[in-house]
Design a protein around this ligand. Structure first.
Ligand SMILES: Cc1ncc(C[n+]2csc(CCOP(=O)(O)OP(=O)(O)O)c2C)c(N)n1
Ligand SMILES: [Mg+2]
Length: 824
């Protein structure tokens, strides 16, 4: 009927109204954006007070270059994420209902595409929208007559015009920023469009709704694609003004997507390949929670995970590692879309790369679909993503044969990867797309409607999900309690009481052994703990023995067997953490192999993912395996990562404290650096509470008012050696303090007064003792102190012999101390 109306002569009047409505809307957007930018039209969301009462950062005035405002926006965005996460269980159903009335949105259709001509959006009548589309499509066709009675044809034209508009926003954004990466967003605009307009389940009004589909842009340089889709679908976090601020300091549209900066971005990406592993982690989290909580008659965990990867991701090992695990684990709700454009920065991929990537994924256990010409047959991709991938029992790899920089004169060449477009090129694109005489950043009003129609659908789905959760809570109150506890992001009350208390007669063990006891104790009270080791479970002592393995048959299992894929393990763990469903990922290997996963560990810190890294065999003290396995510089490298907490506990008491720190820090990653060699469970004076401060006095024979002559500062297994040396020195009448500096980062955060109390500046004779790199220790021992460290690589031998060779004995520490004390 709508189509008939379009064809009939209701006439110029409707065209006139719709046209001028559109122009009016545009007038508001453009005019207001140049001055004090506040989006005013009811259909276009503005920043400010969000529905759940949390203040969102509001960008107003001429904020370009106003660093303080922008950084405030970033900080509160990060805060907002957390606040919203905690509230995501609760839906603001009343305001959803209000909106439903306002938009006249159809009922949920279970994630299926809703043809635009069936619906209207945002208060405009269907007829007005249809007329406006007819006018726009006629323009797109260069005045040619369309086949208006064919609804499929019409939807294809609408799809095409939305994509054209997205491409123009890409061009305007990079040309305004004079920076950025337009090649991928131009080449993959259809993919972004189909995902956000026809496929994904999300509610832009509540970006952290638990059951939303997740999207990861592994080729993070293509971030404009994500910013534009977020903007068009109505996320408060990306206004048109934000697109104008691409890559500027403090903007919500940084050069690569950052989850802590922009609501709607699930994970921070940029280092190629990481995103594929993150997506595997998100899909793994979903599969695990679905298996644990869903019932035949009540489903509360049910979403898909989508990821776009490029040639760079295809080349990086981490993506292959992660894909291999995903294939083995049959993560069938994961869909990876490959931007197969045959170009990278330096030129065509043929320079370096000739394998058939699709076949590789097939060999890894994936379902493979090839899309030959998305530009002329968008429905082939729609069908692949909406239907074929959705019913697959394996993860799906959709290989889209794309053309980088589509529509530019640089199309299909590496030149399109990054950079701006010159005037000629812009003219050429405007002409080809019939976009002449339009202002930069112009958005056709109906394009917003298209996206909003779909996003509104997500609003309804969230409402339905809330009802399902209520129903579930009635039928399965115990499971519901656990589920809600988990997704609230809060730890259960008093969980710390489950940690063991180690008595003085505890059997001597390595710190990895004490860790095993702690892990198994807390696994009983922390339903979110999940993870495992990269094929070293028995060496790392990381296995939760009360729970099964996570496997295709038992996805409810909490022990993940990562295989020998350290890098992917860390990237997957980031994905699990950023699923934001209360899961606490654990990733374990030898400390030496932290180098294999370093970039993903760095991203844990950057993206505030509270991954717990359990890294054992933490010094040359591991002995026989020799220098290839003996870490030296790893500790200092990890300590150098901003936001990473590296704990090197000395005994069982300190391992307990390290667990308290690691588990309670849900938005910061931690490293538990643990030994292979055995140490006493209870060094006199050690304590879990001391660990919470990062550094504390373990022993001191100085009178209460006096100062020691010497301070020995130790970490890990070397603390016991410090204690033994201190005893020797005290025997000779010396006043000696022993300090455990178990976590530099925590100690550095203490008040100056506290730090001065522990390491009084007047005591200049200090010795640090750590079987690792000397780098960084000078800060704690001062210019007059001594650093007992490993200055070269280790060697193979019995651990006691190796320690002796490198000076890590009580005798040598005593000797070094005596020399220092003898100095003037
Ligand atoms: C691990 C890593 N190495 C290098 C880079 C730098 N880099 C960014 S994009 C890119 C080329 C990527 O090619 P492709 O994925 O095909 O993207 P396209 O050029 O097709 O957009 C490189 C080398 C990076 N971001 N991450
Ligand atoms: Mg490429």
């Amino acid at each position: 009927m709508v189509v008939n109306l379009l064809g009939s002569g209701i006439g110029k009047y409707i065209f006139f109204v719709s046209r001028y409505c559109g122009e009016l809307l545009r007038f508001f957007r453009v005019t207001l954006s140049t001055g004090s930018y506040v989006c005013t039209c009811s259909e276009f969301p503005s920043t400010g007070e969000s529905k759940d009462g949390v203040q969102t950062p509001k960008l107003s005035g001429n904020w370009k270059g106003d660093r303080s405002k922008l950084e405030g926006a970033k900080a509160s965005s990060s805060f907002l994420r957390r606040a919203k996460m905690a509230q995501s269980v609760r839906a603001d159903s009343q305001s959803l209902k209000d909106e439903q009335v306002q938009t006249g949105r159809p009922g949920s259709q279970n994630g299926q595409s809703v043809p635009s001509q069936m619906v209207n959006g945002n208060g405009r009548s269907k007829e007005d929208s249809s007329k406006a589309w007819k006018e726009e499509i006629t323009r797109m066709l260069g005045g040619k007559e369309g086949n208006w009675s064919d609804s499929q044809w019409l939807q294809a034209q609408i799809d095409k015009r939305c994509v054209d508009n997205m491409r123009m926003l890409v061009v305007d954004s990079v040309n305004t920023a004079k920076a950025g990466h337009p090649g991928l967003p131009l080449g993959m605009a259809e993919v972004g469009y189909v995902l956000w307009r026809h496929t994904m389940k999300y509610n832009p009004k509540n970006p952290n709704w638990f059951n939303r589909d997740r999207f990861v842009l592994s080729a993070g340089h293509g971030c404009l694609l994500q910013y534009i889709t977020l903007h068009l679908s109505g996320y408060d976090s990306v206004q048109i003004e934000d697109l104008k601020q691409l890559c500027q300091i403090g903007s919500r549209t940084p050069g690569h997507p950052e989850n802590v900066t922009t609501d709607g971005i699930e994970v921070t990406t940029g280092p190629l390949g990481q995103g594929v592993a993150n997506a595997v982690g998100l899909a793994l989290a979903e599969k695990h929670l679905a298996a644990r909580f869903n019932k035949d008659d009540a489903v509360i965990v049910d979403h898909r995970t989508f990821c776009i990867m490029g040639d760079g991701c295809a080349m990086e090992g981490i993506a292959n590692e992660a894909a291999s695990l995903a294939g083995n684990m049959k993560l069938n709700k994961l869909t990876v879309i490959y931007d197969d454009n045959h170009n990278t920065i330096d030129g065509p991929t043929s320079l370096t790369f000739s394998e058939d990537v699709g076949k590789r994924f097939e060999a890894l256990g994936w379902n493979r679909i090839v899309i030959d010409d998305i530009y002329h047959d968008i429905s082939s991709f729609k069908n692949a993503v909406l239907t074929e991938a959705a019913k697959s029992d394996k993860p799906t790899f959709i290989q889209v044969k794309s053309r980088i920089g589509r529509e530019s004169v640089k199309e299909d060449t590496a030149k399109a990867h990054h950079g701006t477009f010159d005037e000629e090129d812009v003219k050429h694109m405007h002409k080809n797309l019939h976009w002449e005489d339009r202002e930069p950043f112009y958005v056709i009003p109906q394009v917003y409607e298209e996206f909003t129609n779909h996003a509104n659908h997500g609003v309804a789905e969230e409402e339905e999900w809330n009802k399902s959760l209520e129903d579930y809570s009635r039928k399965y109150p115990n499971e519901a309690r656990e589920f809600k506890q988990l997704i609230s992001g809060q730890l259960p009350d008093n969980w710390e009481e489950a940690l063991p208390q180690f008595s003085a007669d505890e059997k001597i063990d390595a710190t990895r052994g004490y860790s095993e006891k702690c892990l198994n104790a807390v696994s009983k009270v922390l339903p979110g703990l999940i993870g495992g080791s990269a094929d070293l479970a028995s060496s790392n002592k990381v296995y939760m023995s009360d729970f099964p393995d996570f496997s295709p048959d038992t996805p409810e299992g909490r022990n993940v067997r990562y295989g020998i894929r350290e890098h992917a393990m860390a990237g997957i763990s980031n994905g699990i953490a950023l699923h934001n469903s209360g899961l606490i990922p654990i990733a374990a290997t030898f400390l030496i192999f932290s180098d294999y996963m370093k970039n993903a560990m760095r991203l844990s810190a950057l993206s505030e993912a509270g991954v717990i890294y359990i890294l054992t065999h933490d010094s040359i003290g591991l002995g026989e395996d020799g220098p290839t396995h003996q870490p030296v510089e790893q500790l200092v490298g990890l300590r150098a990562i901003p936001g990473m907490y590296v704990l090197r506990p000395a005994d069982a008491n300190e391992v307990v404290g390290a667990y308290k720190v690691a588990i309670s820090r849900r938005h910061e990653p931690t490293v538990l650096s643990l030994s292979r060699q055995k140490v006493s469970a209870n060094i006199a004076g050690s304590s879990p509470e001391g660990v919470l401060k990062g550094g504390y006095v373990v022993s001191d024979n100085t009178d209460s008012n006096g100062l020691p002559e010497l301070i020995l500062i130790g970490t890990g297994t070397e603390l016991a050696l410090c204690e033994a040396a201190a005893e020797n020195l005290r025997h000779d009448g010396k006043k000696v303090r022993v300090v455990s500096l178990v976590c530099w980062q925590l100690f550095d955060q203490q008040s100056e007064e506290y730090r001065e109390k522990i390491l009084p500046s007047k005591v200049e004779k200090r010795i640090s003792v750590e079987a690792g790199s000397p780098l960084g220790w000078r800060e704690y021992v001062g210019s007059k102190g001594k650093v007992l460290a490993v200055y070269t690589f280790g060697c193979s031998g019995a651990y006691t012999e190796v320690f002796k060779k490198y000076g890590f004995t009580a005798e040598n520490i005593t000797k070094v101390a005596q020399e220092l004390l003898a100095e003037a």
